[in-house]
Structure formats: C-alpha cells, structure tokens
Design a protein around this ligand. Structure first.
Ligand code: DAH
Length: 341
C-alpha cells in the first residue's frame, strides 16, 4: 500500500507539467517544500514490512531527485521564456519617448561658461546677498557720498531705509569676502544686480554680473591683462583685447576692456557698431583704500578686480536682440535652449 503510494508520487512527478510561475511554485511546495508529500510518506517507513523497506527507500529517493531535477529544469525554461517574451515586446526602432526636462536659462548657460573658464585658472565661486547695505555696496568700495551712483535715481533703496538697497553691482561680494577671508583670494562672483533704469530692448532694471577678484602678494597689472586675454580667447575666440583707461572708485588704475570680434560678419559689425571692438567689462587694480576697509594690509598685498555684464554676452552668443526676452520667461522662448550647454 505505502509502496504503491510512493510509485504514484513518482509517476505524478513524471507527468506534472507546470506552465506558469504560479504552477511551478505549487509544484515546488508539494514536492520540495518543508512539508512536502515525499517527506510525509517517508515518515511512514516504520509501518512497512522489513523486506519492502529497501524498495520503499529507493522509491522515496528517486522521487526526491526527480522532483528536484524537474523543478530546476522547468524553472530555467520559464526564465528563458520570460526573457524572450520581453525581448520580443521591445521595439528597438521605436522613437525615444520625449522626456521634458526643464531647460537652462540662457543667462545661466552664459554664467556657467564664464565660471568654467575662470575655474581653470583656479578661481572659485563666491555668492552673496542681493539686498545689501550702503557700506558693502558703496562706502567700503571707496565710493564717496556724492557719487552719482548713490543717487536715488540710480539705486533702489528699500522703503523707509537709507541704508538697505538692492545691490547695484556684484562688487559688494568683494567686500563681503575680504571681511572674512584673508589672501590669497581668487574668486568669481556671479549674481543678479538692480538699477533704476527704464526697461527697453537694450536696458533693464535687473541684470546679471560676474565679478572677479584676485588678491595676493605681488599681483600685478600684467596678471590682470593675461587673465583677461585668456578669458576673451576662451569665451569669444577673440585674438585681441584692448584696455582703455577709465575710472572706478574701487580700482586704481582702472580700465575698460574691449574684445576684438572683427568686422567680417554682419553680426560682428552690428554688435561693434562697425568698429570690430566690443566692450565687455570694467577692471583695475584694487584701490588700497578698499583693501584697508576690509582689514587687509595694502602694504603687503595687491590685487586686481573686474566686473562684467552677462546679458550682453548672452545676447551675442545666442543672437537675442531684445533684453526683455531674458526676463519674461516665456517657455516658448526658453525651450529653444534645451540642448545648449
Ligand atoms: N562694478 C562695476 C559696474 O557695475 C564693474 C567693475 C568695474 C567691477 C571695475 C570691478 C572693477 O571689479 O574692478 O559697472
């Protein structure tokens, strides 16, 4: 009787044909699980007459092996089937699904390019607040009380305050930084600035600047020139720069830098008003008064600084003719820059 049962189980296993993962799992539980039928039957061996014990044991062993072999084979087969089904469902010629990421703003793209160039020269990025006080925006930068830049006409003061204002340039970051860090200092400070100007195609009351500052022992005007030449080459592919004497309260001597774009293309002629030269930035050697205002010894240290507007560079890079487009955030305009880095 028990011998019969063992034979039946063996036959059952031979015939079983699980097709789905669920059926295979049922097979496993029935013949290989912790409470499987083979185990249960083998526990009955004590009821078997002695002369049949050997046969019974052999049948039980065979059943266990057969179950294991069948299970492994079916499992491998099922896995292969699923894989080929998945492969068949995969259409490699189908067009990629369009994934709508946000796009980078042309201003950010331009700022990032400037940063990448200066990072190669060892400059690190510094950022600071847009609401500044008079000291950091003007006084510490050697800008006298009666300087026209301090006029209410040019600067947005915060309501009810003669001390707090929207910074008019990123030069304020120079002061913020030199107050807390001592030379060597080599930073680049991108950010938004504000001036009380009428909005038109060519000017806006908010725009962006990147400030640069390098203070150490023995920094010279030659270092400034070489740094700016490298920048002009990398950013504009320009071969020549021109430094024109100028005035800023916080640098002495001061200069304005033009890059040579040539007059070959219509674009270059329009941008440079036919001269071939495009004005890019203001610069100079940091005025000793500014260093002293930040508790840096002007006898020991010298430095150079520069500040450039970003909008005009972005407009030139991307052929944008109206500055207002950069602030309206019309997604139809912005999406055009999806693939630009
Ligand atoms: N802050 C000046 C501006 O907004 C630009 C500038 C000129 C920055 C000369 C500098 C500099 O650091 O040295 O027009």
């Amino acid at each position: 009787m028990l011998l019969e049962q063992a034979r039946d189980i063996l036959a059952e296993i031979a015939q079983a044909a699980p097709h789905t993962p669920a059926e295979l799992e049922q097979f496993r539980i029935r013949y290989l699980g912790s409470k499987n039928v083979i185990k249960a039957l083998s526990a009955e061996i004590r009821h078997i007459p002695n002369e049949q014990k050997r046969d019974f044991g052999r049948l039980i062993n065979e059943a266990m092996q057969a179950a294991e072999i069948k299970y492994q084979a079916l499992k491998a087969q099922l896995e292969q089937e699923t894989e080929s089904q998945q492969a068949a469902a995969l259409d490699l010629s189908a067009p990629a699904e369009l994934w709508v990421w946000g796009t980078r703003h042309p201003i950010s793209i331009t700022i990032n390019r400037v940063i990448r160039i200066f990072e190669r020269l060892g400059f690190v990025v510094a950022e600071d607040r847009e609401i500044e006080d008079d000291w950091h925006n003007f006084t510490a930068l050697n800008t006298p009380e009666d300087h026209p830049a301090r006029d209410m006409q040019d600067t947005f003061y915060l309501r009810g305050s003669q001390n707090l204002l929207l910074r008019t340039h990123t030069s304020s970051v120079q002061v913020r930084l030199m107050e807390v860090q001592k030379p060597p200092i080599r930073i680049i400070a991108p950010g938004r600035v504000y001036r009380n100007e009428t909005i038109s195609a060519r000017s806006h009351c908010q725009f962006h600047q990147v400030e640069g500052l390098y203070v150490d022992e023995g920094v010279s005007f030659a270092d400034l020139k070489q740094t700016l030449l490298y920048f002009a080459q990398e950013m504009f592919g320009a071969t020549q720069i021109r430094l024109r004497p100028s005035f800023f309260p916080f640098t002495e001597p001061s200069a304005e830098m033009d890059v040579y774009l040539g007059t070959e293309t219509e674009d270059a002629r329009r941008l440079t008003k036919g001269t071939g030269w495009l004005e890019i930035l203001g610069c100079g050697m940091v005025d000793p008064n500014v260093l002293a205002n930040c508790n840096i010894d002007p006898e020991k240290y010298t430095g150079f600084a520069f500040g450039m507007g970003i909008e005009r560079q972005a407009m030139r890079l991307f052929g944008i003719s109206d500055i207002r487009l950069l602030f309206e955030n019309d997604v139809r305009f912005l999406r055009q820059f999806a693939t630009v880095v």
